[in-house]
Structures are given as structure tokens and as C-alpha cells.
Design a binder for this molecule. Structure first.
Ligand code: AMP
Ligand code: ZN
Length: 458
């Protein structure tokens, strides 16, 4: 298996330290608001990588954190006049729901910063003891000059590093490039007791401490969006390497490219920030996922109405082929074609893997013998499972309809239809008609057939 390593700038053979426990850490969301479609890209990309790794190696430990201490969270909580926990639990739950709708499996570990303060404080203490960090005016700072390799990941020299970080020149810093490990909180701000007074951790140290706590001192793969290379990942390397006596922190660094909307960077000022939660009302989650996998993960993606429509058509084709295979049982023990797996094991080449999947759909349309149909069905479903696609019955894909305000969801409709079936069994015809009329008023048509009730959106 080959992976492109940002640390060396090359595609390299991936050899885990211990194939029985391949370790991967991916920087997750800061939960102060809804995730946008760009935030979904690393979640989907590294979900596919985890699936590919699980198929190849006997054990995988995948951690994707939740950042639940952050100044943006504090600001959101202050605006609503609530505790930060109210904000973080709300948006962590929405994030999990939204990612599940995109077919993202939960990671093995989902560490939260608030559950790791002792580990964070302990790591900061070790950095101070080793002479890599110092306390100044209630702050603790990492001394970047104490780590010779600082800048190795981003490949920037000191001057460029400083320009990129727009570092604050603060009186308590020994060197302008030093970054915060711990900072003091005012009485109104959330804070935790520490040897340096009541305060809160900086963002970078959180990931170093959680990766160590769950995955150990040296991890195989570290991932995140391209924007995190500097300063976040550069600082994670500095902290972890220095806390571990010079041991390598992450062996392979993977970074996904950015997602733009209509050729522009998403930004609040342009007003083109697409939230996953909103998009899911008008685009099936699986189509969103397919858009995110249609390009190679390292390349930028341009999100437009056309690519979304294209993704839906492609899924119509794939599900159409599965539907046309009919009731034939997938052949047991038949797995995805080798060419498909080879593509994914070549630095996660999803465009090539998708081309193989479409090749299977074409073969399905031509297949005549039941044995061929059974084989192709098994290959398509297995290949789909590695990409996190094609996991619902074709009928469910074709029944998808956009959410219209006030229109009940399929779950709500099903619940009402259970009540209606009860009413009909008890010959309560008025109640049965009432439920039918309620649904009709909300845009859902019921048909009574000999197989029971069927519904469709009007
Ligand atoms: P944040 O919550 O801003 O820290 O972002 C969470 C993850 O989303 C990080 O891995 C970011 O690199 C990634 N990310 C943010 N914006 C985009 C974007 N427009 N395209 C791709 N990835 C993004
Ligand atoms: Zn991180």
C-alpha cells in the first residue's frame, strides 16, 4: 500500500509499526456551530482510508477528536448565556448525525478535550521539565528555538513560518515564534485548575496529549485538512517529539485538499458557506459523499450544482444496475475486484476505484446467467462497502425525496401508518381517515393495497 507523506513530499510504501494495531489520528471538528461541507471532506476521506486499512490489516485504532474547549465555543456560549457544555454537546451530536448521513462510520475513539485535562497538564509539565517550555505571566509557552527540526513538516524557514502564523508578539514570549500551551482564564471564562493557575489549554497541545493517551507515543498515520499543516501539525510534532525524548511522533502525514464552492473559497462574507445539515435537506447524503470521493483526496474540489447533479445521476446508474440484478443473491465469498482495491491502495485513488465500480455496473447490465449476476452483485456490494456507498436497498435510494418544510420524514410517516393500521384492524374507520387526511394535508399520499399501506410524497 502506498501513501503520500507530507513529511517527505513523496508517495511511500506504507508499513505500519504493528500490523495488529495500525494507529491513525485525525483532527476533528471544533464544536461551536454546524459543520460545513469542507469540514466533511476529511471525515469522509479518512473514513475511506480507515475502511481500506481494516481490510488489509488485522487491527486498526482510529481516533478523531472533538475539540470542546476553544475561544469560539466560549463566544457562542456567552452569546446564548449558557454553559459551554450546552453548545458542545449540541453541536457534537449534530456533527455525528450529519456525518452518519454521509455514511461516515464512527471512529474507534472520539476523545474530547474536556475529558483529557490531566493528560494535557501532564504533557505540559514534561515539556517544561525537559526545557522545551516555560511559564510566563500565567501562560505556558513552547520554545520553538529549543526544537531544531521545527518547520520540518511545512518546510518553511523561520521567516516564512512567522509570516504564515501571523504570530502575536507578546511581552511574555522569549521568541516571537513561541506558541501557547496554556493560557489564563478570567473569572467569567471557562477554566481548569493547573500548576500555573486557573486557565485553559492551547489548541495544539490538545491533539498531542489525546493522541498519546489513546494511540501511544508514535502513531502510524496523522491526517487532517491541508490548512492544518502549519501551524497546527508543525506544533503537534514539536510538542510530541520533545515530550517523548525525540521519538518520531507520526510516521505518515496525510492532508486532504480544500473544497471550494463555485470556484470560490467558502466564506461568511461571500455568503457561500454550505452547511452539511442544510444540504442534507435537498441532496441525498450518499450523493454528497460521492462528490467528495470523485476527486483525488489531495486535489482541490469545486462544489457546484452540476457536480451534485452528476453524482446523483451516477448513483442512479449504480443503484439501477443493482435493482436490475433483481432478487438474485450475491455470491458468497466473492469480493471486490483486485483492480479496485489496488486503486485504493495506491494513495487512495478514489477516481480510479470509482471507474472500476462503474465497469462492474456495465457488466451487470450485460450479465445474463444467474451465476454472473450473483458474482457481479457481490463484487459491487463489496466494492461499495469499502467506499461507504451502495449500502441501502435500491428502492430506498430511488424513494429519496427532498425535505420540504412541514413535510413529515419517512420515520414520522411510518409511525403514523402503524397507528393507522391499528385503527383499521380495530375497524376505527374515522380514525383511519383522520390520519390519512393529516398526512395528505402535509403532502403525503396514502394508497391502500392488498399488501398494506403504501405512501408517496405528493
Ligand atoms: P475546523 O473545525 O475548522 O478545525 O476544521 C475541521 C477540519 O476540516 C480540518 O481538518 C480542516 O482542515 C478541514 N477543513 C476546513 N475547511 C475545509 C475546506 N474548505 N475544505 C476541506 N477541508 C476543510
Ligand atoms: Zn489536531
Amino acid at each position: 500500500m502506498q501513501l503520500h507523506n507530507t513529511l517527505t513530499g513523496r508517495k511511500e510504501e506504507f508499513v505500519p509499526l504493528d500490523p495488529r494495531r495500525v494507529t491513525m489520528y485525525v483532527c476533528g471538528p471544533t464544536v461551536y456551530s454546524y459543520a460545513h461541507i469542507g469540514n466533511a471532506r476529511p471525515a469522509v476521506v479518512f473514513d475511506v482510508l480507515a475502511r481500506v486499512l481494516r481490510r488489509r490489516f488485522p487491527g486498526v485504532a482510529y481516533a478523531r477528536n472533538i475539540t470542546d474547549i476553544d475561544d469560539k465555543i466560549n463566544a457562542a456560549a456567552a452569546r446564548e448565556g449558557v454553559d459551554i457544555g450546552v453548545i458542545t454537546q449540541r453541536f457534537a451530536a449534530i456533527y455525528r448525525e450529519d456525518m452518519a448521513a454521509l455514511g461516515v462510520l464512527p471512529p474507534d475513539f472520539e476523545p474530547r478535550v474536556t475529558a483529557h485535562l490531566p493528560q494535557i497538564i501532564d504533557m505540559i509539565q514534561r515539556l517544561i521539565a525537559a526545557g522545551h517550555a516555560y511559564e510566563a505571566q500565567g501562560h505556558v509557552l513552547f520554545h520553538t528555538l529549543s526544537f531544531k527540526e521545527y518547520g520540518q513538516l511545512s518546510g518553511r524557514d523561520e521567516q516564512a513560518l512567522m509570516a504564515g502564523a501571523r504570530v502575536e508578539v507578546a511581552p511574555y514570549k522569549k521568541h516571537a515564534g513561541d506558541f501557547v500551551l496554556w493560557k489564563p482564564s478570567t473569572p467569567e471564562q471557562p477554566g481548569w485548575e493547573s500548576p500555573w493557575g486557573r486557565g485553559r489549554p492551547g489548541w495544539h497541545i490538545e491533539c498531542s496529549a489525546m493522541a498519546e493517551a489513546l494511540l501511544g507515543e508514535t502513531i502510524d498515520i496523522h491526517g487532517g485538512g491541508h490548512d492544518l499543516i502549519f501551524p497546527h501539525h508543525e506544533n503537534e510534532i514539536a510538542q510530541s517529539t520533545c515530550a517523548h525524548g525525540g521519538k518520531i511522533f507520526a510516521r505518515y502525514w496525510l492532508h486532504n485538499g480544500f473544497l471550494n464552492v463555485d470556484h470560490q473559497k467558502m466564506s461568511k462574507s461571500i455568503g457561500n458557506v454550505l452547511l452539511v445539515h442544510e444540504l442534507l435537506k435537498s441532496v441525498p447524503g450518499e450523493a454528497i459523499r460521492l462528490v467528495l470521493l470523485t476527486g483525488h483526496y489531495r486535489q482541490p474540489i469545486d462544489w457546484t450544482d452540476e457536480v451534485v447533479a452528476e453524482a446523483r445521476k451516477k448513483l442512479d446508474r449504480l443503484y439501477g444496475a443493482l435493482r436490475d440484478l433483481g432478487e438474485v443473491e450475491a455470491a458468497p465469498d466473492v469480493r471486490a475486484p483486485q483492480a479496485f482495491i489496488d486503486a485504493l491502495e495506491d494513495d487512495l485513488n478514489t477516481p480510479m476505484a470509482l471507474a472500476e465500480l462503474f465497469e462492474l455496473a456495465r457488466a451487470a447490465n450485460k450479465a445474463e446467467s444467474p451465476a454472473d449476476k450473483a458474482r457481479i452483485k457481490a463484487q459491487m456490494l463489496d466494492a461499495g462497502s469499502v467506499l461507504g456507498l451502495l449500502q441501502q436497498p435500491p428502492a430506498a435510494w430511488f424513494a429519496w425525496a427532498p425535505q420540504v418544510d412541514g413535510r413529515p420524514t419517512a420515520e414520522e410517516i411510518d409511525a403514523l401508518l402503524v397507528q393507522r393500521a391499528d385503527a383499521r384492524r380495530n375497524k376505527q374507520w374515522a380514525e383511519s381517515d383522520r390520519i390519512r387526511d393529516v398526512l395528505k394535508a402535509r403532502g403525503v399520499l396514502i394508497e391502500d393495497s392488498k399488501d398494506g399501506q403504501r405512501w408517496r410524497y405528493a
